[in-house]
Design a protein around this ligand. Sequence first.
Ligand SMILES: Cc1cc2nc3c(=O)[nH]c(=O)nc-3n(C[C@H](O)[C@H](O)[C@H](O)COP(=O)(O)OP(=O)(O)OC[C@H]3O[C@@H](n4cnc5c(N)ncnc54)[C@H](O)[C@@H]3O)c2cc1C
Length: 280
Amino acid sequence: MDGQQSIEIPLLKSSGEVVIRRREFDALLVERAIEFGAVFQDGIPVTSLQRVQGEWHITTAQGVIGSAPFIVAADGRNSSVARHLRMLSSPIRDDRVGIQTQIPHPEGYDGALEMHLYQNGYGGLADLGQGQANLCLVSNAGAMRELRKEAEALYKVNPAIAWRSIIPISRPQARSVARDGVFLCGDAACVVEPFTGEGIAFALRTGSQLARILISPRESLPGDREKKYAAAHRQIYRGKLAINYLTRFLSQHPRLAHSLAPLLFRFPGVLSLMARKVIR
Ligand SMILES: Cc1cc2nc3c(=O)[nH]c(=O)nc-3n(C[C@H](O)[C@H](O)[C@H](O)COP(=O)(O)OP(=O)(O)OC[C@H]3O[C@@H](n4cnc5c(N)ncnc54)[C@H](O)[C@@H]3O)c2cc1C
């Protein structure tokens, strides 16, 4: 939607899109990991990793907690592992910020996933069930106050509501996703544009591919697992990042996005194609 016009794009029936509150989803993941034997230590960030004789020594705020031949760094878009081990490429110029909150269903809301092109950025509204919806906004740094006002007016949001901020919105893709037994997963390796709403699916896919590679007894030569994971990682993102770059560029230039919007409304097939490409 761009304020004047809106367009409906049916998602693929087989795509299995679901919306779930993040805290419930995270709790479910933790529960399953513990069921499978993981030891979960909450609120104790890893502060450093050191390689000693082929093993990684892991230090947290509470001191050295152990060592392991492999490290899976699924520590998100601000990955300290990727930073400390210099696995990232040079920074990209992007000063956008994101904010997120939960609101009661706006009047007339039918539960569809809504993406909105505002004058000052973009935003998404997704149904969470039980009359609640998740509202996310992304804008260039100086424009968030105005964007918030636009969204508050559109959805009649109480201006006193609490928002959670998310930065950075994007980050350079890791120069290498696997090195010397350290494997980057999800956002730690590659951040996808929130507009596509597929970040969690990518994080899960990279995680499950990596798990298969790590438990496979066949990779015996040093570096084999790293090579295999790097290839699988490339495959997972192949053909998907072009839309990522396009949506990022348009979101950094909301006026340009607005002037292009009428074209997309005239040729809705382009939007369907983009949606299919991302979801598949
Ligand atoms: C505004 C916005 C809206 C979005 N909307 C959607 C959406 O609708 N759908 C979707 O699929 N994706 C969405 N995304 C993207 C999605 O949030 C991410 O792609 C996804 O969370 C990545 O998962 P992850 O496990 O890689 O990282 P995260 O979910 O960020 O998890 C990383 C974890 O590592 C922990 N951690 C960090 N540092 C350390 C440390 N040093 N030691 C120990 N633990 C550490 C963190 O506490 C956190 O629990 C959105 C993103 C933004 C910014």
